[in-house]
Design a protein around this ligand. Structure first.
Ligand code: FMN
Length: 191
């Protein structure tokens, strides 16, 4: 083996799909933030609504997120992961859900942990993701029906923007480290 220093080459790009489903924009904004973090770490990232993914097979890793409505992932997000289940089973997958844990007060807070199991427990069993991120989004009165607003108020919840960007960044960076297989920065390896 030669002691002559070897030329360095850039590590081949790892392709990541961040696919999202939401109604009022907070899931998309969180997906875009995750994508930006992964790109910063050196991954090649596409961030797309689930309906816009034409060929899911071309990625090395997947981050799929949905808004939670009525304690469930949105139907289009469920259709996407189920249609791609065989592929996802062979790749690295992370899931995230956007709901309202940070808006919960007092005794309702205890529901958060239960809700997570209820909402994504089945998906986790099916897809065996490497992680699940649970994030708070945005809730405004105009997002809800009259009945929804009454229920929301009865639960003592408060409207607002509960997105926790440092929590999203921390979660995304961990994925970046796992996907890129190193400390998180794009790096060079000898030929
Ligand atoms: C019709 C409706 C139902 C909702 N149901 C739940 C729920 O069951 N649990 C929860 O924590 N948040 C619930 N939320 C709050 C949303 O998950 C939250 O507003 C999220 O940010 C929505 O994401 P989006 O902006 O991408 O649509 C609901 C919101 C709406 C509009």
């Amino acid at each position: 083996m030669s002691n002559v220093p070897q030329p360095l080459r850039r590590r081949a790009g790892v392709r990541v799909l961040v696919a999202h489903a939401g109604v009022h924009g907070s899931t998309r904004s969180i997906a875009e933030r995750i994508a930006a973090c992964l790109e910063e770490q050196g991954a090649q990232v596409d961030v797309l609504p689930v309906e816009a993914v034409s060929d899911p097979s071309e990625y090395d890793a997947y981050v799929v997120g949905s808004a939670i409505h009525d304690m469930a992932w949105l139907p289009e997000a469920l259709s996407f992961v189920r249609a791609s289940a065989d592929l996802l089973a062979r790749r690295d997958v992370w899931l995230f859900s956007v709901e309202m844990p940070a808006a919960m007060r007092g005794p309702w807070r205890a529901l958060v942990a239960k809700e997570e199991g209820h909402v994504v427990g089945g998906l986790i069993d099916e897809l065996r993701p490497r992680g699940h991120g649970l994030f708070s989004g945005v809730i405004d009165p105009e997002h809800l029906t009259r009945r929804g607003r009454v229920k929301f108020q009865a639960m003592g919840l408060r409207y607002g923007d509960y997105r926790d960007w440092p929590a999203v960044d921390t979660w995304a960076r961990r994925i970046g480290r796992e996907v890129l297989g190193h400390g998180g920065e794009a790096y060079d390896v000898p030929d």
